[in-house]
Design a binder for this molecule. Structure first.
Ligand code: ATP
Ligand code: MG
Length: 421
């Protein structure tokens, strides 16, 4: 339990502890008879920590104030004079509800992401998934940055599916897969009336995505001339088909993917800066597979099941050596490489378990694993703590519970390893 005696210190403690349950006396200094400062503080608490359950405590004759507080989002109210047993009951009920809500939130996120084909357990990827859930319902343009095979496309599609535009159109265009001279009509469409060559008119991806989402994969490959034209679509909200002067209005959310060189391209004048910022309203950087602790094995398992089914095979799992090799390998081709290696192992393996040879992992590409036991232990502890904090949405008491620690122990470990919640 944490006590705070005034507004400022309560907000400091709130940020630090994100309590599940707050009891708030609405009669705050300097004017305890007036509840308005208390109600204001309550609104601030809810803004900072929307999942906290607030029980307001009011004077005996202040029913109206209590109702007002509930209307503004308080979980419950309690009137003075305080009967400890009664208040305890209300607080316990609030804790139960907060716990239930939190469990279902965590569960929903895991389900959500799995449902969209994203398998992840590492703190870094869980943080990415959290960010995706947060930005998906906004209409902001999202840029996904990552090396090849890191999952830019699956994550981009997840943004659309978790957005308010899910039932609206989704159009996909890979700027790297289409020759430059065809990209313009693919994007902007084609109006045959302007020509006499017997071609028929076609709808471009921009119009196709109208009111929904346009996903531009590998946006860095868009030639300069099209970048200028596309920028006009985004600023003016209109599109003109190739061969036509008629402007059709469009509203779009753009999700795009890019590799880490795009910023460099901007600096070198090879990609328009204004377009870069327009597309990069939210930037999500996807870590390489080698930085995602625990994900390799989990993804490998999921893919083994998938390919067993797809190819009618019945491979039971991985040998210990295969797991070690997968964990030590650097995965330059990221998830796509892992997927390919598992696929070919499932098809080719003669054994009941997949071996390092089946995976064709190049031994010279294995990373040094630390042998010093203290180093190993510290790295494992750091990982577990980070993972628990992410799973618990930054709530330290919940994280401590997941780890089987008391909260003070968790705080001291976080200090030791310089981990922030
Ligand atoms: N977290 C993940 N869990 C499970 N499968 C994944 C995950 N990330 C990517 N994949 C799978 O790996 C493959 C590559 O992903 P995707 O195409 O999204 O990556 P990309 O970054 O666009 O790759 P590229 O640079 O090759 O275009 C896909 O088959 C995808 O389904
Ligand atoms: Mg891709």
């Amino acid at each position: 339990m944490v006590l705070a005696e005034d507004k400022e210190s309560s907000l400091v403690e709130l940020r630090r502890f994100q309590p599940k349950v707050v009891t708030l006396d609405l009669g705050l200094p300097p004017d305890p008879a007036n509840a308005s400062a208390g109600l204001e503080l309550m609104e601030e608490i809810l803004k900072l920590s929307p999942s906290s359950k607030i029980i307001v405590v009011t004077g005996n004759d202040e029913r109206e104030v209590a109702m007002k507080a509930v209307e503004l989002g308080a979980y419950d109210y309690y009137q003075k004079p305080i009967q400890p047993d009664e208040l305890k009951l209300i607080i316990n009920r609030a804790f139960e509800l907060a716990n239930l809500e939190e469990e279902s939130r965590i569960h929903r996120r895991n389900e959500n992401m799995r449902f969209h084909g994203i398998v992840a357990t590492s703190p870094k990827m869980l943080a990415v998934c959290q960010k995706i859930e947060k930005v998906a319902p906004t209409d902001l343009n999202v840029m996904l940055e990552g090396d090849s095979g890191t999952g830019k496309e699956v994550l981009g599609r997840a943004v659309h599916h978790l957005s308010k535009k899910e039932s609206k159109p989704f159009a996909y265009l890979n700027c790297a897969a289409i020759p430059e001279n065809l990209l313009e009509t693919e994007l902007f469409g084609y109006d045959a009336a302007g020509f006499n060559q017997g071609q028929s008119s076609s709808l471009g991806k921009i119009e196709e995505a109208n009111e929904g989402t346009l996903f531009l994969d590998e946006v860095g490959m868009m030639p300069m001339s099209l970048q200028a034209k596309f920028m006009r679509v985004l600023t003016d909200g209109v599109v003109e088909r190739v061969g036509s002067r008629e402007a059709t209005s469009v509203t779009l959310r753009v999700i795009c993917s890019a590799n880490s060189q795009l910023e460099q391209q901007v600096q070198e004048g090879k990609f328009r800066e204004d377009l870069y910022y327009k597309l990069n309203e939210i930037n999500i950087s996807i870590p390489p597979l080698s930085e995602r602790d625990g994900d390799v094995v989990l993804i490998a398992r999921t893919m083994l099941n998938k390919f067993n089914q797809q190819f009618g095979r019945n491979i039971k799992g991985f040998t210990k050596a295969a797991v070690q090799a997968m964990e030590a390998y650097s995965w330059p081709g990221n998830v796509r490489e892992l997927e390919n290696k598992i696929k070919s192992a499932v098809v080719m393996s003669e054994n009941t378990q997949i071996s390092p040879e089946d995976l064709q992992i190049d031994e010279s590409q294995l990373r040094e694993m630390p042998l010093n036991l203290r180093q190993v232990r510290e790295a494992a502890e750091t990982r577990a703590i980070q993972r628990a904090i992410v799973l618990a949405d930054g709530n330290i008491s919940q994280a401590a519970k997941l780890l089987g620690l008391t909260r003070p122990t968790l705080y001291s470990l976080m200090d030791k390893y310089s981990i922030h919640s």
